[in-house]
Design a protein around this ligand. Structure first.
Ligand code: SAM
Length: 298
């Protein structure tokens, strides 16, 4: 159960059979024009440290390492289009496809996906709203991402309403105590914090997405044993959500740093130990990762 592949996703996708995947989630680079970089720091006590902390003691930060990937494309849609067409081809008859993107490219991607899937296969634009970080003083601060959901067939697709988690009412006093205690189902606007820079979930990979969002997608849009695919997998957040809920998965990334993080992250689900990314050639499959005890994060 579970495979992680190092390589250009277009090559990998072309090797997969029609209808291979029950659920596809992708979070490609957003074409921000900047190198996405995340540096991992640790704080240590030091006489000459530049920061002062508890009881006036001095601390300094040491760099543990960093990971990065390029996020600038001359022709973004020309890069995405063949990959989106492959995604449509490998999607099972009752399958769903999610594109995670932001305000810069979402409108162009929607038009392209309408052409590839058909407008009648568009189900929702989900807004993931968060509220973290600095405010822009010249325009409204963008604090949301967009998830476009398409299905292969609008007449039959997996949507497990009973698996939706419940959230608190904004005004519980306006509904009865029973309803207030049960909570309500979310709409197409999902409020969820980003991955905490200091929390357990953090892998240190730039642009890591929160498990809470991905677990909701996995639970509602797939069933146990289904094949889930993320071919811009990064730190493997979608793979972890899949493994946690008993789904099979295929994760692809062209960045060896991402492969190494995924191997570490998903080894908690493995009966055996995972080997390092450096052992793999481009396009070569990394040994299967089996499900087991959930990883508690690093
Ligand atoms: C935004 S990140 C994904 C983050 C991921 N959702 C997570 O939670 O960690 C996009 C990823 O796409 C990968 N990528 C970009 N172009 C690729 C390609 N042609 N083939 C495979 N992976 C690619 C990058 O290396 C990067 O890890």
């Amino acid at each position: 159960m579970g495979r992680i592949v190092l390589g250009d996703n277009l090559h990998v996708l072309r090797t997969l059979a029609d209808g291979f995947a029950n659920l596809i989630y992708i979070d490609p680079p957003f074409n921000t024009g900047i190198q996405q970089r995340r540096t991992r720091l640790a704080t240590v006590r030091s006489e000459d440290g530049d920061r002062r902390g508890f009881k006036g003691q001095r601390y300094r930060s040491i760099e543990l390492g960093s990971s990065s990937f390029a996020d600038s494309f001359d022709d973004y849609l020309a890069f995405l289009e063949p990959r989106l067409r492959e995604a449509r081809r490998i999607l099972a008859g009752d399958g769903s496809f999610f594109l995670h993107i932001d305000y810069r490219e979402v409108h162009y991607c929607k038009v392209l996906l309408d052409q590839i899937f058909g407008r009648d296969c568009f189900m929702n634009e989900i807004i993931w709203a968060y509220d973290y970080g600095a405010r822009n003083k010249r325009r409204w601060s963008p604090k949301h991402d967009n998830l476009l959901w398409y299905v292969a067939d609008p007449a039959r697709y997996t949507y497990q309403y009973s698996e939706i988690d419940r959230i608190p009412y904004l005004a519980p006093g306006l509904v009865g105590p029973e309803k207030a205690a049960r909570g309500k189902t979310p709409t197409d606007v999902w409020w969820h914090t980003i991955v905490s820079p200091t929390g357990k979930e953090k892998t240190g990979y730039a642009t890591q997405k929160p498990l809470g969002i991905l677990e909701r997608i996995v639970r509602v849009h797939s069933r146990a044993g289904d094949m889930l695919v993320d071919f811009f997998a990064g730190s493997g957040s979608f793979g972890e959500a899949a493994a946690k809920h008993g789904r099979d998965f295929l994760l692809v990334d062209e960045n060896p740093e991402a492969i190494a993080i995924m191997q570490r992250r998903l080894s908690g689900y493995s009966a055996g130990s995972a080997a390092g990314a450096k052992n793999y050639e481009a396009g070569q499959e990394v040994p299967a990762v089996e499900r087991g005890a959930p990883d508690q994060g690093d």
